[in-house]
Design a protein around this ligand. Sequence first.
Ligand code: DHB
Ligand code: FE
Length: 280
Amino acid sequence: MTTIESPTAAGSGSAATKNFTDLRVTADTSPERLSAIATEAFAGFSALIDKYEITYDEYRVLKQWLIDVGAGGEWPLLLDVFVEHDIEEVNSRKYQGSKGSIEGPYYLPDAPLLPARCTLPMRGRDARQTPLVLHGQVTGLDGTPLPAATIEIWHADAEGYYSGFAPHLPEWNLRGTVVTDGDGRYEITTIQPAPYQIPTDGPTGKFIEAAGWHPWRPAHLHLRVAAHRRHPIITQLYFQGGDWLDSDVASATKPELLLDPKPDAAGRNCVRYDFVLDPE
Ligand code: DHB
Ligand code: FE
């Protein structure tokens, strides 16, 4: 008998934790700013503890749960689901170009370079899904086309798994770095992604279940669009009429990010989306 290894939260989470930890990120936060933010954060906890008269049992369950989140490598999953959308919102206020959305835990830099008209690397079983053709143009705020802009794209397969974070998938499956042509245009052929479920077998999933929430994100594509001397955008695109659009567990949908693909003669879902980049 053969068993097919099925990916787990522990697998996806710890891969995301390792990937992130390798970046060794820094920020130039002053001691005064850190002190002010931390003081208000603890004051917020204080007020909640008082308001709900948090019990010792509840405190100890919280402590164990936080330990489990760390041990399971799930901090990237948890933070990107419940916190990143506010960070993205605040930090994109000053830009006028295309709308951004959360990066999430599954970005990988340096995906293989692909020409402006391309098909993402995929397995035979992915190719049995409905083809999706996403095309359009990358321009500056004034409409100037941006040749040689890069569109990094990554998305889950029909089972909701991302390559690089699920050991059963080939490296770079459904990922690529697409370079726009001389007119800033691109045409990416991939497959229609399925809704994504936050892994239910780890502490993040257990918490969502305990609170009586659902663990779903609507089907989405992730993109990072960059060009010379432009501010890069990280965004996601969703599908009109799809499930979970109004109750995304990660609160990361926006009306500007909805696609409404139409089938062509060959039965491929086709849709145009243009990206507009601010100056850097
Ligand atoms: C998570 C996964 C995603 O694909 C995403 O876009 C956002 C968050 C997560 O599992 O935390
Ligand atoms: Fe995602």
